[in-house]
Design a protein around this ligand. Structure first.
Ligand code: MG
Length: 330
């Protein structure tokens, strides 16, 4: 561990994991935390419980704002454990001088997103700090959900299973970058930020046995696949050309030297199901996004690794993202 915290320690990748392990896990260690799922499963598997803080810059961006993100982020982590989001807290840290009109606009978009989830804010906190102590507005939300599909876990993935993505990837990261840098896009590129519970409910209602499910936020799809390969001690074999990426996102990646698999998403998830349920699951996902796709299979070729089979017939390991990609993405 380095002597001081760097921006890379918040990247959702390698350094972030090191920070969590060497400081937080060390002192907070317990069986529930050790599972390191999207949300903690508590009360004999009845409830999911999670928290998230939002520091995105800029506060408003194409397709969303910090308020929408703050509800989606927490509710999605509950949904990823097969839970229906129910109760939330909302804590804000506001910089002195911030516009009340903008604050209300943000709270209004939180309300809209809460309605999609059927969740309510039942507790909150407001702090105002002197100018310069925070940048405009930070939000923390904590959520509790009722588990409707038990047994979803990153450690349940086995050889022969299929891995799908719910839509084309990388839109949030690319949108925030473009908004921050003032890049004028001719296209209508916008964040994928969305509440995932309706899609999860559709999967549950269609009787699909969800093995693992995770929203591909910081660290992108490559972080999810690496976490799963490690947790389940399997090899995830990705077929590069099957990964859906919008042309605009690809363009921004080329401009920056990024890979779409490393970019953050805020309304895109990765799903693991048995091979037998692959096409049924894909059909359910395609009702919401026609771009959803099967991107990988699970083997035992290399334990705890992710392999990218490229369109040129070559193979390489796909590792956890390292370094600082885009800070304050969420
Ligand atoms: Mg998550």
């Amino acid at each position: 561990m380095t002597k001081n915290i760097t921006i890379a320690h918040g990247n959702g990748g390698e350094e972030n994991n090191e920070l969590i392990k060497s400081i937080f896990y060390k002192h907070f260690e317990n069986d529930i935390l050790a599972k390191s799922e999207d949300a903690a499963v508590i009360e004999d598997g009845k409830l999911a419980f999670t928290t998230d803080s939002f520091t995105v810059s800029p506060l408003f961006f194409p397709g969303g704002d910090i308020g929408k993100l703050a509800v989606c982020g927490t509710c999605n982590d509950l949904a990823m454990m097969g839970a229906k989001p129910k109760y939330m807290t909302c804590s804000v840290i506001i910089e002195e001088g911030f516009s009340t009109r903008e604050l209300e606009k943000i709270v209004r978009s939180m309300k809209k997103e809460l309605e999609i989830n059927g969740a309510i804010v039942v507790s909150g906190d407001t702090k105002v700090v002197p100018k310069g102590a925070v940048d405009q507005l930070f939000i923390n939300t904590t959520g509790i959900g009722q588990i409707e599909h038990k047994g979803i876990t990153a450690s349940g993935i086995k050889e022969g299973m299929s891995i799908l993505v719910s839509r084309d990837i990388g839109a949030h990261g690319a949108t925030i970058f473009a908004a921050r840098e003032g890049i004028e896009l001719e296209s209508a590129l916008e964040t994928d930020c969305a509440s995932l519970y309706p899609q999860v409910k559709a999967l549950i209602d269609s009787g699909i046995n969800i093995v693992a499910m995770r929203d591909a936020t910081r660290g992108g799809v490559s972080a999810v696949l690496n976490e799963w390969a490690k947790s389940s001690d399997v090899c995830v074999e990705v077929k590069e050309e099957s990964i859906p990426v919008q042309e605009e996102v690809q363009g921004i990646c080329e401009m920056l030297g990024f890979e779409a698999v490393d970019l953050a998403n805020e309304g895109t998830f990765v799903l693991a199901v048995s091979k037998e349920e692959e096409s049924k699951a894909l059909k359910v996902l395609q009702r919401t996004h026609t771009t959803s796709a099967v991107i990988a299979t699970v083997s035992e070729q290399y334990k705890a690794r992710v392999i990218l089979n490229t369109s040129w017939g070559t193979k390489r390991f796909l590792d956890l993202p390292t370094g600082e990609l885009l800070p304050r993405i969420c």
